[in-house]
Write a new protein. Structure first.
Length: 148
């Protein structure tokens, strides 16, 4: 299935926050799909990347990292929400840019805590209110992540 096959638009469950400069997203196993994060929330993220000849629709995991900031989160499973061409603001450039939006799937407690930490430290979050954190069923016990 490719990112544009049979997706319906539904409202977001979790707020998105603008990522600060330097946050990188890479799709796995396709290391040629690498881009700059646009925004992130507890339910998913979006990023922009340079279009390649290989569509991103065959990836099922991603990596989030910030060079020089010691942040690396691997093996984040996701499903595609959209992958659209975006306008290139440089008129003389022939480079095609795309915006990919994904929804996180089956996050572990550790991954959810890392994403929450990322949001608090590496986004333009403007609220001091606790984040809307999903509940996770771990060994048949509903657990809520601690507020950082």
């Amino acid at each position: 299935m490719t990112p544009t096959d049979n997706f319906s638009i539904k409202p977001r469950k979790y707020e998105r926050y603008s990522a600060r400069e330097g946050a990188i997203v890479a799709l796995k196993p396709q290391s040629n799909i690498l881009g700059q994060m646009i925004d992130i929330g507890m339910g998913g993220l979006s990023f922009q990347y340079i279009e390649s000849h290989e569509p991103p629709g065959y990836s099922n995991e991603l990596v989030i990292l910030i060079a020089g900031q010691r942040f690396f989160l691997d093996k984040v499973t996701f499903k595609f929400i959209s992958d659209i061409e975006i306008e290139n603001n440089i008129s003389f450039s022939s480079i095609q840019m795309r915006r990919c939006s994904v929804e996180f799937v089956r996050l572990s407690l550790e991954q959810a805590a890392s994403i929450q930490n990322f949001i608090l430290k590496h986004t333009a979050i403007t609220t001091k209110q606790p984040l809307n954190i999903p509940r996770y069923n771990h060994k048949h016990i509903n657990t809520v992540l601690p507020q950082f």
